[in-house]
Design a protein. Structure first.
Length: 460
Protein backbone atom coordinates (compact mmCIF):
# COMPACT_ATOMS: atom_id res chain seq x y z
CA UNK A 1 0.00 0.00 0.00
CA UNK A 2 1.52 3.29 -0.99
CA UNK A 3 1.83 5.88 1.71
CA UNK A 4 -0.27 9.03 1.42
CA UNK A 5 2.48 10.93 3.19
CA UNK A 6 4.71 11.33 0.16
CA UNK A 7 1.82 12.51 -1.98
CA UNK A 8 0.30 14.92 0.54
CA UNK A 9 3.49 16.99 0.32
CA UNK A 10 2.16 18.08 -3.13
CA UNK A 11 -1.21 19.26 -1.79
CA UNK A 12 -1.55 22.87 -0.66
CA UNK A 13 -5.24 23.74 -0.85
CA UNK A 14 -5.72 27.50 -0.64
CA UNK A 15 -2.32 28.31 -2.15
CA UNK A 16 -2.78 31.12 -4.69
CA UNK A 17 -0.36 30.57 -7.60
CA UNK A 18 0.92 33.55 -9.57
CA UNK A 19 -0.33 32.90 -13.14
CA UNK A 20 2.73 34.69 -14.51
CA UNK A 21 5.09 32.14 -12.99
CA UNK A 22 3.04 28.96 -13.14
CA UNK A 23 1.28 26.74 -15.66
CA UNK A 24 -2.20 26.10 -14.27
CA UNK A 25 -3.90 22.84 -15.20
CA UNK A 26 -7.46 21.91 -14.32
CA UNK A 27 -8.57 18.29 -14.17
CA UNK A 28 -11.76 16.34 -13.71
CA UNK A 29 -10.51 13.72 -11.24
CA UNK A 30 -11.70 11.25 -8.70
CA UNK A 31 -10.09 8.52 -6.66
CA UNK A 32 -10.50 4.84 -7.54
CA UNK A 33 -12.95 3.19 -5.12
CA UNK A 34 -10.34 0.63 -4.08
CA UNK A 35 -7.66 3.24 -3.39
CA UNK A 36 -6.38 3.50 0.21
CA UNK A 37 -4.96 6.97 -0.32
CA UNK A 38 -6.30 9.43 2.23
CA UNK A 39 -8.09 12.69 1.50
CA UNK A 40 -6.53 14.53 -1.43
CA UNK A 41 -3.45 12.34 -1.59
CA UNK A 42 -4.75 10.92 -4.91
CA UNK A 43 -4.51 14.45 -6.33
CA UNK A 44 -1.10 14.87 -4.75
CA UNK A 45 -0.13 11.73 -6.64
CA UNK A 46 -1.07 13.48 -9.91
CA UNK A 47 0.99 16.55 -9.00
CA UNK A 48 3.93 14.44 -7.82
CA UNK A 49 3.98 12.05 -10.76
CA UNK A 50 3.61 14.98 -13.18
CA UNK A 51 6.42 17.06 -11.74
CA UNK A 52 9.22 15.92 -9.41
CA UNK A 53 7.87 13.13 -7.22
CA UNK A 54 7.18 9.44 -7.09
CA UNK A 55 5.32 7.06 -4.75
CA UNK A 56 7.75 7.35 -1.86
CA UNK A 57 9.90 10.05 -0.29
CA UNK A 58 13.41 9.92 -1.79
CA UNK A 59 16.60 10.92 0.00
CA UNK A 60 17.80 12.77 -3.09
CA UNK A 61 15.00 15.35 -2.98
CA UNK A 62 16.54 18.83 -2.71
CA UNK A 63 15.41 22.45 -2.47
CA UNK A 64 15.53 22.99 -6.22
CA UNK A 65 13.24 20.04 -6.94
CA UNK A 66 10.89 21.29 -4.24
CA UNK A 67 10.83 24.73 -5.89
CA UNK A 68 9.57 23.33 -9.21
CA UNK A 69 7.10 20.81 -7.83
CA UNK A 70 3.45 20.81 -8.79
CA UNK A 71 0.99 21.83 -6.12
CA UNK A 72 -2.70 20.94 -5.87
CA UNK A 73 -4.22 24.25 -4.83
CA UNK A 74 -7.93 23.76 -5.55
CA UNK A 75 -10.31 20.83 -5.16
CA UNK A 76 -14.08 20.87 -5.62
CA UNK A 77 -14.85 17.29 -4.66
CA UNK A 78 -18.52 17.57 -5.59
CA UNK A 79 -17.77 18.56 -9.18
CA UNK A 80 -14.58 16.49 -9.19
CA UNK A 81 -12.59 19.52 -10.35
CA UNK A 82 -9.00 19.94 -9.19
CA UNK A 83 -6.37 22.50 -10.16
CA UNK A 84 -2.62 22.04 -10.05
CA UNK A 85 -0.04 24.82 -10.34
CA UNK A 86 3.24 23.81 -12.00
CA UNK A 87 6.08 26.35 -11.58
CA UNK A 88 7.60 27.62 -14.82
CA UNK A 89 10.98 26.29 -13.76
CA UNK A 90 9.67 22.78 -14.38
CA UNK A 91 9.26 23.46 -18.11
CA UNK A 92 11.62 23.85 -21.04
CA UNK A 93 10.28 26.92 -22.81
CA UNK A 94 9.34 26.10 -26.41
CA UNK A 95 9.26 22.33 -25.91
CA UNK A 96 5.65 21.22 -26.45
CA UNK A 97 6.45 17.55 -25.92
CA UNK A 98 7.85 18.15 -22.46
CA UNK A 99 4.93 20.40 -21.54
CA UNK A 100 2.44 17.67 -22.44
CA UNK A 101 4.52 15.05 -20.63
CA UNK A 102 4.10 17.11 -17.49
CA UNK A 103 0.40 18.01 -17.63
CA UNK A 104 -0.87 14.90 -19.42
CA UNK A 105 1.75 12.25 -18.84
CA UNK A 106 2.36 9.39 -16.43
CA UNK A 107 -0.24 10.51 -13.90
CA UNK A 108 -2.98 9.26 -16.23
CA UNK A 109 -1.77 5.74 -15.54
CA UNK A 110 -2.05 5.89 -11.75
CA UNK A 111 -4.11 2.97 -10.48
CA UNK A 112 -5.43 5.09 -7.61
CA UNK A 113 -7.46 7.17 -10.07
CA UNK A 114 -10.96 6.39 -11.25
CA UNK A 115 -11.04 9.43 -13.53
CA UNK A 116 -8.53 11.96 -14.81
CA UNK A 117 -9.26 14.32 -17.65
CA UNK A 118 -7.17 17.34 -18.43
CA UNK A 119 -9.92 19.94 -18.81
CA UNK A 120 -7.98 23.13 -19.50
CA UNK A 121 -4.57 24.77 -19.41
CA UNK A 122 -3.35 28.27 -18.72
CA UNK A 123 0.17 29.15 -19.86
CA UNK A 124 2.08 32.21 -18.60
CA UNK A 125 3.51 34.72 -21.04
CA UNK A 126 7.07 33.43 -20.70
CA UNK A 127 6.05 29.99 -22.00
CA UNK A 128 3.34 31.12 -24.44
CA UNK A 129 5.70 33.50 -26.20
CA UNK A 130 8.27 30.72 -26.60
CA UNK A 131 6.09 29.54 -29.52
CA UNK A 132 5.70 31.55 -32.75
CA UNK A 133 1.87 31.67 -32.98
CA UNK A 134 0.00 31.71 -36.32
CA UNK A 135 1.82 33.13 -39.36
CA UNK A 136 -1.41 33.99 -41.18
CA UNK A 137 -4.23 33.52 -38.72
CA UNK A 138 -7.88 33.83 -39.70
CA UNK A 139 -7.37 37.29 -41.19
CA UNK A 140 -4.55 36.04 -43.40
CA UNK A 141 -6.69 33.22 -44.76
CA UNK A 142 -9.58 35.45 -45.74
CA UNK A 143 -7.08 37.86 -47.30
CA UNK A 144 -5.39 35.05 -49.27
CA UNK A 145 -8.82 34.16 -50.70
CA UNK A 146 -9.73 37.77 -51.33
CA UNK A 147 -13.12 37.45 -49.63
CA UNK A 148 -14.92 39.65 -47.13
CA UNK A 149 -14.07 39.10 -43.47
CA UNK A 150 -17.72 38.48 -42.62
CA UNK A 151 -18.43 35.64 -44.95
CA UNK A 152 -17.72 31.97 -44.28
CA UNK A 153 -14.94 30.21 -46.17
CA UNK A 154 -16.40 27.18 -47.94
CA UNK A 155 -14.34 24.02 -48.20
CA UNK A 156 -14.77 20.60 -49.78
CA UNK A 157 -13.06 17.44 -48.63
CA UNK A 158 -12.17 15.02 -51.41
CA UNK A 159 -14.20 11.82 -51.10
CA UNK A 160 -13.71 8.90 -51.18
CA UNK A 161 -11.02 9.59 -48.56
CA UNK A 162 -8.57 7.40 -50.46
CA UNK A 163 -8.72 5.49 -53.73
CA UNK A 164 -8.84 8.22 -56.36
CA UNK A 165 -5.85 8.42 -58.69
CA UNK A 166 -3.91 11.67 -58.79
CA UNK A 167 -5.78 12.61 -61.97
CA UNK A 168 -9.18 11.74 -60.53
CA UNK A 169 -8.39 13.60 -57.31
CA UNK A 170 -7.40 16.70 -59.26
CA UNK A 171 -10.55 16.45 -61.36
CA UNK A 172 -12.84 16.18 -58.34
CA UNK A 173 -11.08 19.16 -56.79
CA UNK A 174 -11.60 21.13 -60.01
CA UNK A 175 -15.30 20.31 -60.05
CA UNK A 176 -15.63 21.38 -56.40
CA UNK A 177 -13.87 24.66 -57.12
CA UNK A 178 -15.87 25.64 -60.22
CA UNK A 179 -19.32 24.52 -59.12
CA UNK A 180 -22.32 24.46 -61.43
CA UNK A 181 -22.20 27.92 -63.00
CA UNK A 182 -18.64 29.21 -62.62
CA UNK A 183 -19.34 32.72 -63.79
CA UNK A 184 -22.25 33.42 -61.48
CA UNK A 185 -22.21 30.78 -58.78
CA UNK A 186 -18.98 28.90 -58.60
CA UNK A 187 -18.01 26.27 -56.08
CA UNK A 188 -15.94 26.17 -52.96
CA UNK A 189 -12.97 28.30 -51.91
CA UNK A 190 -10.82 25.51 -50.49
CA UNK A 191 -10.36 21.84 -51.28
CA UNK A 192 -8.51 19.61 -48.85
CA UNK A 193 -7.23 16.07 -48.83
CA UNK A 194 -8.97 13.89 -46.31
CA UNK A 195 -7.08 13.10 -43.14
CA UNK A 196 -6.26 9.54 -44.22
CA UNK A 197 -5.04 10.61 -47.66
CA UNK A 198 -1.25 10.91 -47.66
CA UNK A 199 0.58 9.07 -50.48
CA UNK A 200 -1.12 5.91 -51.74
CA UNK A 201 0.96 4.78 -54.70
CA UNK A 202 -1.05 1.54 -54.89
CA UNK A 203 -3.97 3.55 -56.23
CA UNK A 204 -1.83 5.88 -58.29
CA UNK A 205 -2.07 8.68 -55.73
CA UNK A 206 1.57 9.45 -55.06
CA UNK A 207 1.62 12.61 -52.94
CA UNK A 208 3.90 14.55 -55.25
CA UNK A 209 1.98 13.72 -58.43
CA UNK A 210 -1.33 14.43 -56.74
CA UNK A 211 -0.17 17.84 -55.54
CA UNK A 212 1.24 18.80 -58.94
CA UNK A 213 -1.95 17.84 -60.76
CA UNK A 214 -4.32 19.35 -58.22
CA UNK A 215 -2.44 22.64 -58.08
CA UNK A 216 -2.54 22.77 -61.88
CA UNK A 217 -6.32 22.26 -61.73
CA UNK A 218 -6.53 24.95 -59.07
CA UNK A 219 -5.01 27.43 -61.48
CA UNK A 220 -7.52 26.41 -64.16
CA UNK A 221 -10.37 26.87 -61.69
CA UNK A 222 -9.06 30.31 -60.72
CA UNK A 223 -8.87 31.36 -64.37
CA UNK A 224 -12.38 30.11 -65.10
CA UNK A 225 -14.06 31.61 -62.04
CA UNK A 226 -11.91 34.69 -61.54
CA UNK A 227 -11.72 33.85 -57.82
CA UNK A 228 -8.80 32.80 -55.61
CA UNK A 229 -8.83 29.11 -54.64
CA UNK A 230 -6.74 27.18 -52.11
CA UNK A 231 -5.73 23.51 -52.09
CA UNK A 232 -4.84 22.00 -48.71
CA UNK A 233 -2.75 18.83 -49.20
CA UNK A 234 -2.18 16.55 -46.24
CA UNK A 235 1.54 16.44 -45.41
CA UNK A 236 1.14 14.28 -42.28
CA UNK A 237 3.95 11.73 -41.98
CA UNK A 238 5.61 10.05 -39.00
CA UNK A 239 8.98 10.94 -40.51
CA UNK A 240 9.16 14.67 -39.88
CA UNK A 241 11.77 15.11 -42.59
CA UNK A 242 9.38 13.65 -45.16
CA UNK A 243 6.53 15.81 -43.87
CA UNK A 244 8.69 18.91 -44.21
CA UNK A 245 9.88 17.77 -47.65
CA UNK A 246 6.25 17.52 -48.75
CA UNK A 247 5.44 20.95 -47.37
CA UNK A 248 8.42 22.44 -49.19
CA UNK A 249 7.25 20.74 -52.39
CA UNK A 250 3.80 22.31 -51.97
CA UNK A 251 5.39 25.73 -51.60
CA UNK A 252 7.77 25.20 -54.53
CA UNK A 253 4.77 24.36 -56.72
CA UNK A 254 2.82 27.47 -55.80
CA UNK A 255 0.65 25.97 -53.06
CA UNK A 256 -0.57 28.18 -50.23
CA UNK A 257 -1.55 25.70 -47.52
CA UNK A 258 -0.90 22.31 -45.94
CA UNK A 259 -2.84 20.14 -43.54
CA UNK A 260 -1.37 18.23 -40.60
CA UNK A 261 -3.20 15.66 -38.46
CA UNK A 262 -1.71 17.35 -35.42
CA UNK A 263 -3.13 15.11 -32.72
CA UNK A 264 -2.01 11.87 -34.36
CA UNK A 265 1.30 13.24 -35.65
CA UNK A 266 1.72 15.26 -32.51
CA UNK A 267 2.02 18.91 -31.70
CA UNK A 268 5.71 18.35 -32.41
CA UNK A 269 5.09 18.05 -36.14
CA UNK A 270 2.89 21.14 -36.02
CA UNK A 271 5.73 22.91 -34.23
CA UNK A 272 8.28 21.71 -36.80
CA UNK A 273 6.10 22.89 -39.70
CA UNK A 274 5.54 26.26 -38.06
CA UNK A 275 9.22 26.55 -37.18
CA UNK A 276 10.14 25.90 -40.82
CA UNK A 277 8.19 29.10 -41.55
CA UNK A 278 7.47 28.14 -45.17
CA UNK A 279 4.86 30.85 -45.72
CA UNK A 280 2.10 28.22 -45.89
CA UNK A 281 -1.27 28.31 -44.15
CA UNK A 282 -1.33 25.45 -41.63
CA UNK A 283 -4.62 23.54 -41.31
CA UNK A 284 -4.94 21.36 -38.23
CA UNK A 285 -6.99 18.18 -38.34
CA UNK A 286 -7.78 16.52 -35.02
CA UNK A 287 -8.20 12.87 -35.98
CA UNK A 288 -7.29 10.50 -33.10
CA UNK A 289 -8.60 13.04 -30.61
CA UNK A 290 -11.89 11.19 -30.29
CA UNK A 291 -10.15 7.83 -29.79
CA UNK A 292 -8.08 9.27 -26.97
CA UNK A 293 -10.82 11.24 -25.37
CA UNK A 294 -14.39 10.07 -25.86
CA UNK A 295 -14.11 7.35 -23.21
CA UNK A 296 -15.60 9.33 -20.36
CA UNK A 297 -12.98 8.76 -17.68
CA UNK A 298 -9.58 9.65 -19.08
CA UNK A 299 -8.47 12.04 -21.76
CA UNK A 300 -7.70 15.63 -22.71
CA UNK A 301 -10.53 18.06 -23.44
CA UNK A 302 -10.29 19.59 -26.88
CA UNK A 303 -9.87 23.08 -25.41
CA UNK A 304 -6.31 22.07 -24.48
CA UNK A 305 -5.45 20.89 -27.99
CA UNK A 306 -6.97 24.02 -29.54
CA UNK A 307 -5.12 26.41 -27.22
CA UNK A 308 -1.82 24.65 -27.98
CA UNK A 309 -2.58 24.75 -31.72
CA UNK A 310 -2.97 28.53 -31.59
CA UNK A 311 0.04 29.15 -29.36
CA UNK A 312 2.30 26.95 -31.49
CA UNK A 313 1.04 28.61 -34.65
CA UNK A 314 -1.52 26.85 -36.81
CA UNK A 315 -3.88 29.03 -38.83
CA UNK A 316 -7.17 27.08 -39.08
CA UNK A 317 -8.27 24.17 -36.93
CA UNK A 318 -11.17 21.70 -36.65
CA UNK A 319 -13.07 22.78 -33.57
CA UNK A 320 -15.97 20.36 -33.67
CA UNK A 321 -19.44 21.21 -34.92
CA UNK A 322 -22.05 22.40 -32.40
CA UNK A 323 -24.90 19.89 -32.14
CA UNK A 324 -24.94 19.31 -35.89
CA UNK A 325 -23.64 16.66 -38.25
CA UNK A 326 -22.24 13.20 -37.64
CA UNK A 327 -19.48 14.00 -35.15
CA UNK A 328 -21.29 16.78 -33.41
CA UNK A 329 -20.08 18.01 -30.10
CA UNK A 330 -21.60 19.75 -27.15
CA UNK A 331 -22.69 23.20 -28.34
CA UNK A 332 -21.26 25.17 -25.40
CA UNK A 333 -17.96 23.33 -25.54
CA UNK A 334 -17.58 24.15 -29.25
CA UNK A 335 -18.56 27.77 -28.67
CA UNK A 336 -15.91 28.02 -25.94
CA UNK A 337 -13.23 26.59 -28.22
CA UNK A 338 -14.21 28.99 -31.01
CA UNK A 339 -13.95 31.91 -28.58
CA UNK A 340 -10.50 30.72 -27.51
CA UNK A 341 -9.47 30.62 -31.19
CA UNK A 342 -10.85 34.03 -32.04
CA UNK A 343 -10.34 36.32 -29.04
CA UNK A 344 -7.14 38.08 -27.93
CA UNK A 345 -7.74 36.73 -24.44
CA UNK A 346 -9.95 33.74 -23.63
CA UNK A 347 -12.14 34.31 -20.58
CA UNK A 348 -13.51 31.07 -19.08
CA UNK A 349 -17.22 30.50 -19.60
CA UNK A 350 -17.61 28.08 -16.74
CA UNK A 351 -14.87 28.23 -14.08
CA UNK A 352 -16.84 25.75 -11.95
CA UNK A 353 -16.12 23.09 -14.59
CA UNK A 354 -12.43 23.89 -14.64
CA UNK A 355 -12.41 26.32 -17.58
CA UNK A 356 -9.28 28.52 -17.35
CA UNK A 357 -8.40 31.94 -18.81
CA UNK A 358 -5.71 32.25 -21.46
CA UNK A 359 -4.27 35.52 -22.73
CA UNK A 360 -2.71 34.86 -26.15
CA UNK A 361 -0.14 37.64 -25.87
CA UNK A 362 -0.65 38.89 -29.39
CA UNK A 363 -0.94 35.50 -31.15
CA UNK A 364 -3.18 35.94 -34.18
CA UNK A 365 -6.71 34.56 -34.13
CA UNK A 366 -7.17 31.09 -35.62
CA UNK A 367 -10.06 30.27 -37.99
CA UNK A 368 -12.46 27.65 -36.59
CA UNK A 369 -13.20 24.80 -39.00
CA UNK A 370 -16.43 22.83 -38.83
CA UNK A 371 -17.02 19.60 -40.71
CA UNK A 372 -18.35 16.07 -40.31
CA UNK A 373 -21.77 15.59 -41.81
CA UNK A 374 -22.38 19.11 -43.09
CA UNK A 375 -24.34 19.94 -46.24
CA UNK A 376 -26.07 22.98 -47.76
CA UNK A 377 -28.88 22.79 -45.19
CA UNK A 378 -26.60 22.98 -42.16
CA UNK A 379 -24.93 26.25 -43.17
CA UNK A 380 -27.65 28.43 -41.63
CA UNK A 381 -27.87 26.72 -38.22
CA UNK A 382 -24.09 26.49 -38.11
CA UNK A 383 -23.54 30.19 -38.77
CA UNK A 384 -26.39 31.04 -36.36
CA UNK A 385 -24.38 29.27 -33.68
CA UNK A 386 -20.84 30.30 -34.58
CA UNK A 387 -21.20 33.42 -36.70
CA UNK A 388 -19.90 33.74 -40.25
CA UNK A 389 -16.16 33.91 -39.57
CA UNK A 390 -15.88 30.18 -39.84
CA UNK A 391 -14.47 27.68 -42.34
CA UNK A 392 -17.13 25.16 -43.35
CA UNK A 393 -15.83 21.89 -44.81
CA UNK A 394 -18.15 19.36 -46.41
CA UNK A 395 -17.28 16.04 -48.00
CA UNK A 396 -20.45 14.00 -48.31
CA UNK A 397 -22.44 17.23 -48.35
CA UNK A 398 -20.75 18.15 -51.67
CA UNK A 399 -20.01 14.85 -53.44
CA UNK A 400 -23.23 13.23 -52.21
CA UNK A 401 -25.47 15.61 -54.16
CA UNK A 402 -27.60 13.61 -56.60
CA UNK A 403 -26.29 15.72 -59.49
CA UNK A 404 -22.63 15.31 -58.45
CA UNK A 405 -19.77 17.37 -57.12
CA UNK A 406 -20.27 20.54 -59.13
CA UNK A 407 -23.92 20.75 -58.07
CA UNK A 408 -23.04 20.01 -54.45
CA UNK A 409 -20.32 22.64 -54.40
CA UNK A 410 -22.57 25.24 -55.99
CA UNK A 411 -25.33 24.40 -53.49
CA UNK A 412 -22.84 24.99 -50.67
CA UNK A 413 -21.99 28.35 -52.25
CA UNK A 414 -25.70 29.19 -52.52
CA UNK A 415 -26.25 28.21 -48.89
CA UNK A 416 -23.63 30.77 -47.85
CA UNK A 417 -25.17 33.38 -50.13
CA UNK A 418 -28.56 32.71 -48.53
CA UNK A 419 -27.06 33.30 -45.07
CA UNK A 420 -25.41 36.52 -46.19
CA UNK A 421 -28.72 37.68 -47.68
CA UNK A 422 -30.58 36.62 -44.51
CA UNK A 423 -32.86 34.37 -46.56
CA UNK A 424 -33.66 30.68 -46.23
CA UNK A 425 -32.10 28.32 -48.73
CA UNK A 426 -35.57 26.99 -49.51
CA UNK A 427 -36.76 30.49 -50.44
CA UNK A 428 -33.70 30.94 -52.62
CA UNK A 429 -34.29 27.54 -54.21
CA UNK A 430 -37.95 28.24 -54.92
CA UNK A 431 -37.06 31.34 -56.93
CA UNK A 432 -34.02 29.87 -58.62
CA UNK A 433 -34.22 28.33 -62.08
CA UNK A 434 -31.34 26.10 -61.04
CA UNK A 435 -32.66 22.62 -60.41
CA UNK A 436 -29.56 21.54 -58.42
CA UNK A 437 -30.53 23.88 -55.59
CA UNK A 438 -34.08 22.56 -55.29
CA UNK A 439 -32.64 19.07 -55.45
CA UNK A 440 -30.18 19.90 -52.67
CA UNK A 441 -32.93 21.21 -50.41
CA UNK A 442 -35.20 18.21 -50.93
CA UNK A 443 -32.44 15.57 -50.97
CA UNK A 444 -30.36 16.68 -47.97
CA UNK A 445 -33.58 17.52 -46.13
CA UNK A 446 -34.24 13.80 -45.83
CA UNK A 447 -31.28 13.26 -43.50
CA UNK A 448 -31.59 13.73 -39.76
CA UNK A 449 -29.08 16.39 -38.73
CA UNK A 450 -29.88 16.48 -35.06
CA UNK A 451 -27.05 15.03 -33.08
CA UNK A 452 -27.91 12.03 -30.86
CA UNK A 453 -25.43 13.08 -28.22
CA UNK A 454 -26.25 16.70 -27.42
CA UNK A 455 -25.22 17.76 -23.97
CA UNK A 456 -22.39 15.28 -23.64
CA UNK A 457 -19.72 17.77 -22.65
CA UNK A 458 -17.12 15.06 -22.30
CA UNK A 459 -17.20 14.18 -25.93
CA UNK A 460 -15.49 17.35 -27.08
C1 LIG B 1 -15.81 15.14 -42.87
C2 LIG B 1 -14.43 14.60 -42.60
C3 LIG B 1 -13.65 15.35 -41.56
C4 LIG B 1 -14.43 15.66 -40.33
C5 LIG B 1 -13.59 15.61 -39.07
C6 LIG B 1 -14.50 13.14 -42.20
O1 LIG B 1 -16.35 14.40 -43.93
O2 LIG B 1 -13.66 14.62 -43.78
O3 LIG B 1 -12.49 14.60 -41.29
O4 LIG B 1 -14.87 16.98 -40.52
O5 LIG B 1 -14.43 15.90 -38.00
O6 LIG B 1 -13.58 12.43 -42.62
O7 LIG B 1 -15.40 12.81 -41.45
P1 LIG B 1 -17.92 14.57 -44.23
P2 LIG B 1 -14.25 17.27 -37.15
O8 LIG B 1 -18.14 16.02 -44.55
O9 LIG B 1 -18.18 13.66 -45.40
O10 LIG B 1 -18.62 14.15 -43.00
O11 LIG B 1 -14.43 18.36 -38.17
O12 LIG B 1 -15.32 17.18 -36.11
O13 LIG B 1 -12.86 17.23 -36.59
MG1 LIG C 1 -12.00 13.63 -43.02
Amino acid sequence: MKSSVAYLKYVDIGFEPDPSTHVIASYRACRAPASHLEGEAFLGAVAAESSTGTWIDVSTRNARSADISGRVFFHDAQNEIAKIAYPCGLFEAGNISQLLTVVAGNAFGLADLRRLKLVDLQLPESLARAFPGPAFGAGGIWKALGIGANQPVIGAIIKPKCGLSADEHARVAYDAWIGEAPASCDGVDMVKDDEACTSQSAVDSDFYRRVEKTLAMKQRAESLTGRRKIYVPNVTHSNFFEALRRAEFVRANGGEAVMVDYVIAGCSLLHALRFADLGLIIHGHRTLFAALHRPADFGIDYMVWAKLFRLIGGDQVHTGTPALGVMSANRNAVLDVCRAMREPEYAPSNPAEGSLPQPFFGAKAVAPICGAGLDPLTTAPLTDALGTQVVIFAGGGVHGHPHGTRAGAAAMRESVQAVLEHRSLAARASESERDYLRTAVSFFGKFDKQSPNDGERQNL
